[in-house]
Design a protein around this ligand. Sequence first.
Ligand code: SF4
Length: 264
Amino acid sequence: MRKFDDPVSIRIGQLKAEGKKIISPSLIIGLEGCARKSFYKNIMKLPEDKNKYLVGGTNAHTVVETFVEYYKSNPTSSLLTSQAVIEEIFNLHWDVPRELGLNDKEREKMRKVYLKKCQGWLNVWHTTEKGAHIITEEHVINEDLMLHGFIDRKELFDNEIWITDMKTSKDAAISNKYKLQLLYYILMDKWCNPTNKKYRIFLDFFDQGKLEVPYDNDDLEIAKDKALQTHKFMLEAGQDIKKYPRGFDYCASCPYKDRCFQEG
Ligand code: SF4
């Protein structure tokens, strides 16, 4: 569970009090899709309608991060023990609100699908993780780019740092937006914890496995440039909704469509 009393949150409070604007990787990525939707979500902070994918994904994230916290104190536990632990954690955290409107059969089907995802993730975890020092949900910032975010999982090795982002998407594929998000995690982590270690970045698709995302220095420079351009745009556009272009390809599933069409 994310807390907002960590040193980075306190620093963000100070920067905001000085009138500085801090942005997030999701805002940069969102502006590349429908900028207006990103305005509603990231600037106005309007709640998104919950749907079963959002609820399932949030639950599954909580389950694996809770498991990783357990694993950090019990690193030698066997696969069998871990299987029992992850099921126990799953049963404790699994929560599908009635407002989603699913009947009992649909709820049970959804429970089984996500339990299988978490169990599949566990099997991969046990065959690939090598007992590095693990940090979860770290809040990081880069004050040169005025950017902050949370890293799902960071593993520290002698000469390398691995950063992993968890995804519950149906298709395990490396999209540009997933890659960009990971590049920002590198830029923020390096700013907070300067190091010469090599960064490797991964997407962990639960039962579909973990993929390494290739990148080079040019990719990092492009990501930096996008962050600076977004800042410039945000300072110019401010709270004026008319300056945030609409991206009509995304309307069908948009939770803000009534409001958007009313506002013209
Ligand atoms: S309804 Fe369409 S144009 Fe309006 S915010 Fe949503 S995605 Fe963007």
